[in-house]
Every structure is written in C-alpha cells, then in structure tokens.
Design a protein around this ligand. Structure first.
Ligand SMILES: Cc1cc2nc3c(=O)[nH]c(=O)nc-3n(C[C@H](O)[C@H](O)[C@H](O)COP(=O)(O)OP(=O)(O)OC[C@H]3O[C@@H](n4cnc5c(N)ncnc54)[C@H](O)[C@@H]3O)c2cc1C
Ligand code: FES
Length: 318
C-alpha cells in the first residue's frame, strides 16, 4: 500500500518502510487487505485493537478505501521504481561492515541521503539500506552495510550472495536527503554503517557550488579503533578529503589500546564540541544509525539546543 501510494505521488506518511517505526499507520474503511508481517513491531497492541494497520506491511486484495492524514514532507520528489540489480562487488571495510556495489539497467536516480529497499533471496520482507554513492547514469547503487548478529538480511548479503547474483532493488525512499537551499554549515553524525548515507550527503555537498564556502563536519563513532572506517572512506575521494573535517570517537574504553582520540558516544562528543561552537542553530544536521543514537541526538539538538526541526534530517536504522 505504502509503496503504491508513493509511486502515485501521494504524500503518505512513513519513515522506515520496514515495519519498525509505526509512522505509516492507517485506518481501513472498506475492502480486503493482506498483512505481510502481522507481528511487525511498528504497531502497538493498542493500535492493533483500534483497527490500525501498517501501510508498509499491507497488500490490497482488491479495491479498498482507507483513512490517513497525509504529510507534505513525504511527497516523493523522485517516484520510487522497482528493478533487478546485480551484485558487482563486496569490499570488506571492518570485521562486520562491507561496501556492496550493485548495477542495474537504468540510471541510479536518488537524492543523496535516501535509501532503497532490497529484496534478498530467501529473506521474508524487504530490508532498507542507504546509498553511499552519488546518483549516476551508470545504474550503480552502493551501500555500506553492517552485519548484525544472526540477522537474516545480513546473512544473505554477507554469506549467501555472490558477485553476478541478482536481487530486487526498489527506490528511492526517505526524507533525510541533502538540502542545498540555505547557507548553513553542515554537521553529519553517525556510527557504524550510519556512514553510508552521510558519505553520499557529504560527497554531494563537497561538489555543490552553492556550498563551496560552507564547513562540512563529520562526527563518527565506533566501539573500537578498528571499527572507525570513516577516515579511510573519506581519503578515497579527493573532494571529501579536502573539504570534510572529521572527528572520530570510540565508545569502548576496554579496547582503546593506544587510541589517543576522543572517547565516548558520538552524541556526547558532539555535545562537547557544541559547547564552544556558538549558536547550534547555525548548522543543518544529518544523522543516521541505531535508534538510541538518533534519539539521544534529537534530545540534545531539539530539546537541549532548541535547533528548529526543519534543520534536523535523520533516519533511524530500526
Ligand atoms: C531507513 C533505513 C536505512 C537503513 N540504512 C542502513 C544502511 O545503510 N546500512 C546498514 O547496515 N543498515 C541500514 N539499515 C538497517 C537495515 O535495514 C537492517 O535493519 C539491518 O541491517 C538488520 O537487518 P537483518 O535482516 O540482518 O536483521 P533481521 O533481524 O533479520 O531484520 C531486521 C529488519 O528487517 C525488518 N524485518 C524483519 N522481519 C521482517 C518481515 N518478516 N517482513 C518485513 N520486514 C521484516 C525489520 O523491521 C528490521 O528493519 C537501515 C534501516 C532503515 C530503516
Ligand atoms: S514506515 Fe511502516 S512501520 Fe515504519
């Protein structure tokens, strides 16, 4: 239901497209619907009792009518499309992260910071992954992906899929994309595979003539020094290496070794930096990663620093 609405240009509310956040809830008025994932955590038992359903986990059986409050921010500026894509390469970045490159037969049209839904062999439901490269005419879609525990998507990507294999790729989706319509400096914050969309955002910002005089900052956190892949990824691209000021931090003191850089969670490091950075509202913020990190950043920036919500662009990796 959700993807069909967005393909038709309807501003249907959503965030994760994966059943985890609950923002695509609607009320069925008439018609029959099939639920793809009845246990999806995005719907509380109370919402379920009230007859709510998740548009990202629902397929109409025939004509149906539903009630939902549309959200203008969700109006797709690029309509998502489905395609097949072939795995070209998988490059190991850290013990549990790799960069995946897929090629499709049509141009890779997306806004830097958006994500795609991957349909992986043998995995029920699509998985959301954010593009790490720039939009291009060659049909190249790249993603930095972290393998988490026994996750089924991770297992398919890291262990099952081989170069030459094809998957379903549907996109682009998401609202946490680069804005170039203001003259604020840019602060990106992420940990682990949260670097994926931030790389795309920073690469586009570093090349945007209207942002030529702006500061581009990246705060990147990992558990141990070996998890910090961001500096090497920035060094690969001349524009990123020249323009981006990168601050790295580790959160696990037991594995610090000879590490002499910042320690603590990345939102705490940002908080410390903001103490001497002047008015926090001078920046646009982009952040991606696990919900505890995104929620801590929202508390810091929205409640603590009173940064207007229009300057906060984020994706929770639920
Ligand atoms: C907007 C967004 C962008 C993201 N970008 C990245 C990224 O760039 N890099 C990265 O490493 N991770 C990213 N993630 C996280 C990623 O989508 C996965 O959640 C994570 O990799 C774990 O997936 P898994 O399949 O290995 O684990 P699993 O535990 O098998 O699955 C977890 C994910 O799959 C969904 N899911 C589980 N079962 C079903 C089902 N039956 N039907 C439908 N959905 C189901 C869950 O809602 C959850 O999103 C992103 C998440 C979101 C929401
Ligand atoms: S968009 Fe449907 S639960 Fe997140």
């Amino acid at each position: 239901m959700l993807r069909a609405a967005l393909r038709a240009g309807i501003a249907f509310p959503y965030e994760c497209n994966s059943g985890g956040c609950g923002s695509c809830q609607f009320e069925r008025v008439s018609g029959d619907l099939e639920e793809l994932w009845p246990q999806a955590p995005g719907l509380t038992p109370r919402a379920r009792e009230r007859g709510r359903q998740l548009a990202c986990q629902t397929v109409p059986i025939g004509d149906c009518t539903l009630r939902v409050r549309l959200k203008p921010d969700c109006q797709p500026s690029l309509r998502p499309t489905r395609r097949r894509a072939t795995l070209v390469s998988r490059t190991r970045l850290t013990a549990d992260m790799a960069e995946f490159s897929f090629r499709a037969g049509d141009p890779a049209d997306f806004l830097p910071g958006q994500y795609a839904l991957l349909d992986l062999p043998g995995v029920a439901g699509s998985r959301a992954y954010s593009m790490s490269n720039l939009p291009n005419g060659e049909g190249l879609w790249q993603f930095v992906i972290k393998q988490i525990g026994a996750g089924r998507g991770g297992a398919a990507l890291f262990e099952g899929l081989q170069p030459g294999d094809t998957i379903g790729l549907d996109g682009p989706y998401g609202m946490a994309h680069l804005r170039t319509d203001n003259d604020r400096d840019i602060v990106c914050v992420g940990g682990g595979s949260g670097i994926s969309p931030l790389l795309s955002i920073l690469a586009a910002a570093a090349r945007a003539p209207q942002l030529a005089s702006k500061r581009l900052l990246l705060f990147y956190g990992g558990r141990t020094p070996a998890d910090l892949c961001a500096p090497a990824l920035l060094a690969r691209d001349e524009a990123l290496a020249r323009r981006v000021e990168c601050v790295t931090a580790i959160s696990d003191p037991a594995h610090a070794g000879a590490w002499e850089g910042q320690r603590g969670f990345v939102h705490q490091v940002l908080q410390g930096w903001l103490e001497s950075a002047g008015d926090a509202s001078r920046y646009d913020y982009y952040f991606c990663g696990p919900p505890p990190m995104t929620d801590a950043l929202l508390r810091l920036l929205m409640l603590g620093k009173r940064v207007p919500t229009a300057q906060l662009h984020f994706d929770r990796f639920v």
